[in-house]
Design a protein around this ligand. Structure first.
Ligand code: BG6
Ligand code: MG
Length: 223
């Protein structure tokens, strides 16, 4: 049986991608005078704040126009806009099936750890009323490389004292699935099967997740 489950947050526990994208779009317009294409919403999933900022600068052809300090100030400005939106989150914003999943995993003594690239993860989990339901939350500030590197999943497994190879990882982002696979955990993608084809299994929506599905997938793909 799996010993731990490593959860991505944005897009798995709650749907914040729309707020991230709206905040980045506003920043791009105000500071860089460009419109972000809607395809950027998917492209930025799982990507850290600073890496997202750099991708947007590249899109705007302005990679060399700003100092590191100025880039940091713009990223902080985006976060200010984003924070105003996530301040409004409540338990109603938990994605379908997630609370049941947490209950059944805990009832089976599976340890639960959060492997999110977001520095806002503890705040969001408190807003959703889920903060105490996890055994650990990996701090993205303590890892050197963002997704698709495996670091945050390795750190999340370490925080619950379990080898990543004894865990299932849950992700909605292409970069995140790549990160789970590189960590040695079994990967379950949530979303489009073609987009997430590198995952060991893909389900279309979070309400398809269950203790049984996770444990069966773990048994099948145990590496
Ligand atoms: C990920 C999101 O979970 O966290 C990304 O999918 C986001 O879109 C990243 O950029 C970092 O989030 P934050 O909250 O630290 O800016
Ligand atoms: Mg995600």
């Amino acid at each position: 049986m799996m010993k731990g489950v490593l959860f991505d947050l944005d897009g798995v526990i709650t749907d914040t991608a729309k707020f991230h994208f709206a905040a980045w779009s506003r920043l791009a317009k105000e500071e860089l005078d460009v419109e972000l294409p809607s395809s950027f919403e998917t492209e930025l999933k799982g990507v850290s704040r600073i890496d997202s900022m750099n991708r947007i600068l590249k899109f705007a052809n302005k990679t060399n126009d700003f100092s590191d300090d100025e880039v940091g100030i713009m990223a902080a400005k985006k976060n200010g806009v984003y924070l105003k939106e996530i301040e409004k989150l409540t338990s109603k914003d938990i994605l379908p099936g997630i609370e049941n999943l947490l209950d059944s995993l805990a009832a089976n003594n599976v340890l639960l750890s959060v492997a999110s690239a977001s520095k806002n993860a503890p705040f969001i989990l408190k807003k959703l009323g889920l903060f105490d339901r996890f055994d650990a939350i990996a701090n993205p500030e303590n890892v050197s490389n963002g997704k698709p590197a495996p670091d945050i999943f390795i750190e999340a497994a370490k925080q619950i004292n379990v080898d990543p190879r004894e865990c299932v990882g849950l992700e909605d982002a292409v970069a995140g699935v790549e990160a789970i696979n590189a960590s040695g955990a079994v990967s379950i993608g949530i979303g489009d099967a073609q987009e997430l084809h590198e995952a060991d299994t893909v389900v279309p929506v979070t309400s398809d997740l269950s203790f049984m599905l996770l444990d069966q997938t773990f048994g099948e793909y145990y590496k």
